[in-house]
Design a binder for this molecule. Structure first.
Ligand code: PBG
Length: 325
């Protein structure tokens, strides 16, 4: 009769033992809430494909951020929906545009209790839904877009953003934004780069959230899901260009990339658990097919275990409420 030489079950025997030896923890400090704010509305609008998530008006956004700060969540990531869209996406750099207005409201509401992050892109503001300006042939014009990103960065920084988050996947965007910020005396505004952002089916519900009808797809600028080495090239370039934090997106389908990024660079690494990941979880939980809260916690813990320092997730508020109780 031979017995096992190593009994790993010994340390799993009681909850306290399991807590003692846990390698990963998920806490309120790990959560960032993405939030939508829409110009010209006076009450929050539900987003059908994302139960529990809304397009905020300025006042409801204030209240939500006050509550998130009260829960101890360290940061929010803002997305704006302008009243008017145009070919260039000029609403993105309007001095009194919706996100600059919201940033001013929130600084007044929460002071420095929340890190105020603003997504930096054009797709919510362009009438064609692409993340940049188009050439006459309809391609996304990389370098003409960089010039616009610089304008957006300056508008967001002037309104008080702690951190801007370029998500358009243009080559050179981090360097262009860093130069625009530094040239405007905003050396203390940090850049959270969506460095490895895949062309994913999981962004579907987000299009509804920001009222985007996209012509075509984003495969000429977002990454091919088959590639991981290319993601590391994107990440290293962004760090070299001055990214303070790099982000991988979506989260659940890129755990290998997260782990490799964590091993490769010394800046913080974030993960974005995107709209479709949230919607899948909510849809299955609504049907009673999975235990939603348990699944949410398991997924976000796995993202941390893979190497993320924090997670941007639509589950932030409900996770924080449960983690604190
Ligand atoms: C682009 C942007 C998108 C998301 C974040 N920033 C849309 C896209 O790339 O198609 C998606 C976020 C989500 O799905 O939750 N500004």
């Amino acid at each position: 009769m031979s017995f096992p030489t190593r009994r790993l079950r010994r340390l799993r025997r009681t909850p306290a033992l399991r807590r003692l030896v846990a390698e990963t923890s998920l806490g309120v400090d790990d959560l960032v809430a993405p939030l939508f704010v829409r110009e010209g509305i006076t009450s929050p609008q539900p987003i059908a494909a994302m139960p529990g998530v809304v397009q905020h008006d300025r006042e409801s956004l204030r209240k939500e951020c006050g509550a998130l700060a009260g829960l101890g969540i360290p940061g929010v990531l803002l997305f704006g929906i302008p009243a008017e869209k145009d070919a260039e996406g000029s609403g993105a750099w309007a001095e009194h545009g919706i996100v600059p207005a919201a940033l001013r409201d929130l600084r007044d509401e929460v002071g420095d209790d929340l890190v105020l992050m603003a997504d930096l892109c054009l797709d919510e503001y362009t009438d064609h839904g692409h993340c940049g300006v188009l050439t006459a042939d309809g391609d996304v014009d990389n370098d003409a877009t960089l010039e616009r990103y610089g304008r957006v960065a300056r508008a967001l920084a002037a309104a008080g953003a702690d951190l801007v988050a370029p998500s358009g996947m243009m080559d050179g965007q981090v360097a262009a934004i860093r130069a625009a910020l530094d040239g405007d005396g905003r050396a203390d505004v940090a850049i959270l780069a969506y460095s490895a952002k895949y062309a994913s089916a999981a962004y579907g519900p987000f299009r509804e959230a920001v009222d985007v009808v996209l012509r075509g797809d984003r495969r000429t600028y977002q990454q091919d899901v088959r590639n991981a080495r290319e993601a590391l090239a994107e990440i290293e370039l962004d760090v070299a260009e001055g990214a303070d934090i790099v982000m991988v997106k979506p989260a659940l389908t890129t755990l290998d990339v997260l782990a490799a990024a964590r091993a490769r660079v010394d800046v913080p690494v974030a993960a974005y658990s995107v709209s479709g990941e949230y919607s899948m979880l909510k849809a299955a939980a609504e049907r009673g097919w999975i235990d939603g809260p348990a699944m949410a916690r398991e997924q976000m813990t796995a993202v941390k275990r893979a190497g993320a320092d924090f997670v941007v997730t639509y589950l932030a508020r409900e996770l924080a409420e449960r983690l604190r109780s």
